[in-house]
Design a binder for this molecule. Structure first.
Ligand code: HSE
Length: 414
């Protein structure tokens, strides 16, 4: 018999508790032993809850019980979550968390503490909600040199962009709907401005490349600048606008992580990931590409990942060493975003200019000796991959031909 405690009875925490009691028999069978969800930590009172007898208001009640062997943190925020989990690990209690902010900022310290006390710090629920991605990345794909990861990692923004395109819904109405459905963060600017996706790509980058990537090192742009016109014009050019969090390994061995809205061509699976779904494309030298898709937010999808970790923690008494990274002491292994080579989706203010666009682009390509094509509609175009200098030169050439640029965004690199 192993005792479990859940910290926080919000959307995710209550989902973990409900899922445990709904599927307890199956969960115990998978864990290979009886489990007792003994404590729920929350400062609020829940007198009418069927679990009313399990609530405690202090972490000390949990730390004082030597039979507790797994703690699931679902509170969000860095403190007091970090202090509580460090206290648990110091007692040899394995922890699992859905808290991406915590892992993105403090993951190296938590993992080192778990290792020092021969227990585990799991965080499958911190990236991609229900999608198994953390364990596949460090276990199933362990034989690969990972070269790139591209992800739709925020359900709220994907839901909003999808509603803007398919239902012509305003940004504000779509955000309100995402909040009502329980997808959005407590502060929705974390979703809309890309910080949530940034934290998630920090976690995947750290795991894939072994050194802690901190959120401050990742250039991040959200979706506030995306208009209904961007979505419609991208569709005409066979693509979709998606908020993409990515990390690429460059030839100089540095990595380039960033979060930004991108034009995703329809021939890439990510362009067809809609609603609150997330999808992660992992590229490795042995696998070419693998895709991991599923519900990226919501009560039970996230609870499913937390519960999976609880079962794993109950089964494994020793630290899982492959789920690990360290703090390199600096962020010099990260390349500036200006080193990104990518195409451009460019939208113009006025229609009727496809001939000018094509002629200007053809002249630019001839001058630069670039092989490639630029597809154009009346109001937008998509270019072949260019470096930062070439991108600026092409934008200047288009402006020089009298075209007014409304907005441009990168094309998802092939
Ligand atoms: N607000 C997050 C999202 C929740 O929309 O993806 C899951 O991390």
């Amino acid at each position: 018999m192993k005792k479990i405690a859940v910290l926080g009875f919000g959307t995710v925490g209550s989902g973990v508790v409900e899922l445990f009691f709904k599927n307890q028999q199956k969960i115990e069978q998978k864990a290979g032993q009886p489990l007792d969800l003994a404590y729920i930590l929350d400062l609020r009172d829940f007198p009418d809850s069927p679990y009313a007898g399990k609530f405690v208001k202090s972490i000390d009640n949990i730390l004082a019980d030597p039979e507790v062997s797994v703690v699931a943190e679902c509170m969000g925020g860095v403190e007091p979550a970090f202090t509580y989990l460090m206290q648990c690990l110091e007692k040899g209690i394995s922890v699992t968390t859905s808290n991406k902010e915590l892992i993105a900022k403090k993951g190296a310290e938590l993992l080192a503490n778990a290792k020092a006390h021969s227990c585990n710090c799991f965080f499958e629920a911190s990236v991609g909600g229900a999608i198994p991605i953390i364990r596949p990345l460090h276990r199933c794909l362990a034989a690969n040199e990972i070269t790139d990861i591209y992800g739709i990692l925020n359900g709220t923004t994907n839901f909003i962009l999808n509603k803007m395109l398919t239902d012509h819904m305003s940004f504000e109405d779509a955000l309100k709907m995402a909040q009502e459905l329980g997808y959005a963060e407590r502060d929705p600017s974390a979703d809309v401005d890309g910080h949530d996706a940034c934290r998630k790509i920090c976690i995947l980058s750290s795991l894939a490349f072994g050194s802690h990537v901190y959120p401050e090192s990742v250039p991040t742009t959200g979706i506030r600048e995306i208009s209904l016109e961007d979505a419609a014009e991208a569709d005409k050019l066979d693509g979709a606008v998606k908020l993409i969090a990515f990390v690429k390994q460059l030839e100089n061995e540095k990595i380039l992580p960033a979060v930004m809205p991108m034009f995703v061509p329809h021939d890439n699976m990510l362009s067809r990931v809609d609603d609150v779904f997330n999808c992660v494309e992992v590229c490795g030298d042995a696998i070419d590409k693998a895709y991991f898709c599923g519900r990226g937010a919501g009560k039970f999808p996230t609870a499913s990942a937390v519960m999976g970790d609880i079962i794993e923690a109950a089964k494994h008494d020793k630290t899982v060493f492959s789920q690990d990274w360290t703090d390199a002491g600096n962020q010099d292994f990260i390349a500036p975003v200006s080193e990104l080579v990518c195409g451009m989706f460019i939208r113009f203010e006025q229609a009727g200019s496809s001939k000018t666009i094509s002629e200007t682009a053809a002249a630019f390509c001839a001058k630069e000796a670039i092989n490639g094509t630029i597809s154009a509609s009346d109001k937008a175009c998509v270019t072949m991959p260019l470096n930062a200098v070439q991108r600026d030169e092409l934008l200047d050439a288009l402006r020089g031909a009298g075209l007014k640029i409304a907005h441009w965004m990168p094309v998802l690199p092939a």
